[in-house]
Design a protein around this ligand. Structure first.
Ligand code: VTB
Length: 330
């Protein structure tokens, strides 16, 4: 396998380590600005570091989910070519700092996130909202439906799990827009874990309900985060659906210009992330998915999880970087 891997129709497996380095660099850069109350500075540090590391990877990469359109963002904008330019043609989705606010407040679960796919493998989701539903592996196909009443889904899930619905917990972003959803979940008898931000982690938590206590992710969050979560779930297993949730006519127009022909379309996980996909996330602040960056005298330690859809490998990597001044020697 090895280098021949890509010829067999997948991504070269060496890429797994390359992408880990990219999220590690972004996480360290953002971690230096934890708790400073400056979301923009932390995000910019992560973006700069991620872009600089991507520039060292042997890929012909195209950003399909990034920091916005070219006119909004000088770096990692949608359509930007990244990488050395001499490897496989891949599409890239980035969220250099998932949870800018939680990082700025030094709260748990901020991540640096990236996914790589074969060309055309990731839904080119515009920067707008997406309504999402996701569960981990081990359930019968088709048990979740974005359009079903939450009580029906929760009862079906409980039945399949062999527990009363009172033992089911849904993870939902703590937003006023979710008041009805939260009430419906509680009325059905299930619990709700509210999160302030960071719904990529929210979706990933469903893949290890025993550990995290979360069985299902529900609600409206960012569409780019939806695609990144779908990429992760495809590697671990699970089911997910998403539907774009535009708030303004301009968002529909933007979606159309990015190739979305039916704004009401319900995407399943495989339609959001297809082909061979590699997903990498490094913790910025300590969280239940990953430890954050720990600075020790002259060193920075990171924890990263790298997932690959082709093999289903879940690889956890603890790295200790020597720091040269404020930068890790990568
Ligand atoms: C989520 C979450 C992000 O945005 O997608 C959320 O994953 C949705 O947007 O971490 P609102 O904040 O407008 O609800 C974040 O919280 C921030 O990008």
């Amino acid at each position: 396998m090895g280098a021949n891997d890509s010829k067999a129709g997948g991504l070269d497996r060496v890429l797994v380590l390359e992408v880990a380095r990219v999220t590690e660099a972004a996480a360290i850069a953002a971690a230096r600005l934890r708790g400073r109350g400056d979301e923009k500075a932390a995000d910019k540090a992560a973006v700069d570091a991620m872009r600089s590391e991507l520039g060292k990877v042997h890929i012909r990469g195209r950003v399909v989910i990034g920091e916005g359109e070219m006119d909004e963002s000088p770096m990692l904008y949608i359509g930007e070519q990244v990488g050395i330019g001499d490897g496989p043609e891949v599409d890239i989705a980035v969220d250099p700092l998932e949870g800018t606010t939680i990082c700025a407040k030094a709260m748990p679960n901020a991540l640096a996130v990236l996914a790589v796919s074969e060309r055309g493998g990731l839904l080119n989701a515009p920067d707008m909202y997406m309504n999402k539903i996701a569960i981990g592996p081990g359930y019968p196909d088709g048990i979740i439906d974005l359009d079903a009443p939450p009580a029906d889904t929760l009862n079906a899930l409980a039945k399949a799990k062999g527990v009363p619905v009172s033992e089911i917990t849904a993870c939902i972003l703590d937003r006023p827009r979710h008041a009805d959803l939260i009430a419906a979940v509680r009325k059905a008898g299930a619990g709700v874990q509210l999160i302030p931000d960071g719904d990529i982690a929210g979706v990933i938590w469903t893949t290890d309900a025993e550990e995290t206590g979360i069985d299902i992710y529900l609600g409206i969050g960012g569409a780019p985060e939806g695609v990144l979560a779908a990429a992760a779930l495809r590697c671990i297993g699970g089911q997910m659906q998403g539907r774009l949730h535009p708030l303004k006519k301009e968002e529909e127009t933007r979606a159309a210009s990015m190739g979305v022909t039916d704004i009401r379309r319900k995407y399943n996980m495989n339609e959001m992330a297809s082909g061979d996909v590699i997903f990498s996330a490094t913790g910025v602040t300590d969280g239940s998915l990953l430890d954050g960056v720990h600075f020790r005298h002259g060193f920075a330690e990171t924890e990263t999880v790298v997932l690959r859809s082709k093999t289903g490998t879940v690889r956890r990597i603890k790295t200790s970087f020597r720091m040269i001044g404020t930068k890790p020697s990568i």
